[in-house]
Design a protein around this ligand. Structure first.
Ligand SMILES: C[S@@+](CC[C@H](N)C(=O)[O-])C[C@H]1O[C@@H](n2cnc3c(N)ncnc32)[C@H](O)[C@@H]1O
Length: 307
């Protein structure tokens, strides 16, 4: 069992609430990191589905021997936000302070929310610090901190109606900017990470979940959803990663929570010699209250884990 679960302080924390965020599962993930990482033999870390980045923020602050961090996501708003914080954090904070002030002073915060949402959608292709600040503002004031867009790619989450949300945590954003100096944040499909993968690389994959049911909509992070074909593409990609000699850990929902005859992961990972473990997690973002209980999640590795 790895003895490093009681860790050094993680000063920089995820700055967005993100569907599928790994805040809750991080202790299970940490227990299963590869020995090579603990032994200081990993020099590159790749996270092809960065989202809110809970695992990245942990790893970047715990393992100083890693020199290169490559983070990917297909969500352009999200990638613009990471890069703006990396390169221009003080400007993001200034813009966010202005928005916060307007929000607290406003007599009709819902109207203000909707006008910022419109501005964000009108100017989103400008990719600027203003868009980055607007995304953080919307994330803190929208319903449930969701990110959801319609078919045209416009952010359409309703107002959250929180009394006094913390919109700008300037100190955390500065710390995030500091740790991001080590990272390259790229807007691209996960397959583009291949060129950075060497033998001494560790990859953490947290793809959009395979939906537990037909109505579950965990995959609507962007207008391009993650299909069954994409899940297959990813399974094949993991085989390439393994051939390159790199180590990977992948998390996903366990389809057997709902359908015991669904053997997708056994067929596409287990059958290739990868290790599948089930861990308990509680689902935080789900439209039905009944979906908020404890369910199994899968943690899949190409190395043996001894707990
Ligand atoms: C489950 S979330 C990641 C959550 C993250 N681990 C966290 O702790 O917040 C999945 C992410 O994958 C991104 N994504 C969807 N399709 C993708 C693709 N083909 N390539 C790369 N990223 C993709 C989504 O935009 C989303 O941010």
């Amino acid at each position: 069992m790895h003895g490093f679960v009681v860790d050094k302080m993680c000063i920089a924390k995820p700055f967005l609430k993100w569907a599928g965020g790994k805040g809750q599962l991080i202790h299970e993930i940490v227990k299963r990191l590869p020995n090579e990482l603990l032994a200081g033999q990993i020099s590159t870390y790749i996270e092809p589905f960065i989202g809110g980045g809970a695992v990245f923020f942990y790893i970047v602050q715990q393992f100083e021997t890693i020199n290169n961090f490559y983070l990917f996501d297909t969500n352009e708003d999200l990638v613009n936000c990471y890069n703006s914080i990396k390169d221009n954090v003080e400007l993001v904070i200034e813009a966010l302070h202005k928005l916060t002030h307007k929000y607290y002073e406003s007599k009709n915060s819902k109207e203000l929310y909707l006008s910022i949402r419109n501005k964000f959608n009108e100017t989103k292709h400008n990719w600027s610090v203003i868009n980055a600040a607007q995304l953080i503002f919307l994330n803190k004031t929208c319903f449930n901190g969701l990110y959801r867009v319609n078919k045209s790619g416009y952010f359409n989450v309703p107002f959250g109606d929180y009394k006094k949300p913390t919109i700008c945590n300037a100190k955390n954003l500065q710390n995030v900017s500091w740790v991001l100096q080590k990272a390259h944040i790229i807007c691209a499909d996960f397959k583009y990470s291949t060129r950075f993968i060497e033998e001494d690389t560790f990859i953490y994959f947290d793809p959009p979940y395979r939906p537990l049911s037909k109505t579950a909509s965990f995959t609507s992070y962007s207008k391009d959803s993650f299909s069954e074909e994409d899940q297959m593409r990813l399974a094949n990609f993991c085989k390439i990663v393994d051939k390159k000699g790199a180590k990977f850990l992948l998390s996903n929902s366990d389809p057997q929570n709902e359908k015991s005859s669904d053997h997708f992961f056994q067929d596409h990972y287990g059958a290739y010699g990868f290790y599948i473990q089930k861990v308990k997690a509680s689902r935080a973002i789900n439209c039905k209250a009944s979906g908020r209980g404890q369910i199994n999640e899968l943690l899949i590795t190409n190395y043996e884990v001894n707990l």
